[in-house]
Design a protein around this ligand. Structure first.
Ligand SMILES: [Cu+2]
Length: 94
């Protein structure tokens, strides 16, 4: 029960030439990776690059959104014991 299994939701990183979203850790181990905070809303590819301000109705204001993504140990008793956190993303839409 001293090993952990690190798992962030909605985030991936490259490790040993593979794209992963989970990694086991011994008690004497740590690691650093580059990742990006996940977008709050993932738009369809057909409209993701459309300039939204140009299509905004008169008087409408952009929405400021917030999304919380769980980061936790995959060993259930560890997570139930509190080994969990949140990555909070902010995004302006519209
Ligand atoms: Cu754990």
């Amino acid at each position: 029960m001293v090993w952990h299994n690190f798992h962030p939701h909605a985030q991936r990183w490259t490790f040993a030439d593979a794209t992963v979203d989970v990694r086991s850790l011994s008690p004497a181990e740590s690691f650093v990776v580059e990742t990006l905070a996940p977008p709050v809303i993932k738009l369809p590819h057909a409209i993701e690059k459309t300039p939204r301000a140009a299509h905004r109705p008169h008087g409408a204001k952009p929405y400021k959104l917030r999304g919380d993504f769980l980061v936790h140990c995959h060993i259930e008793p560890h997570m139930a014991g509190g080994l969990a956190g949140v990555v909070r993303s902010h995004q302006t839409y519209g």
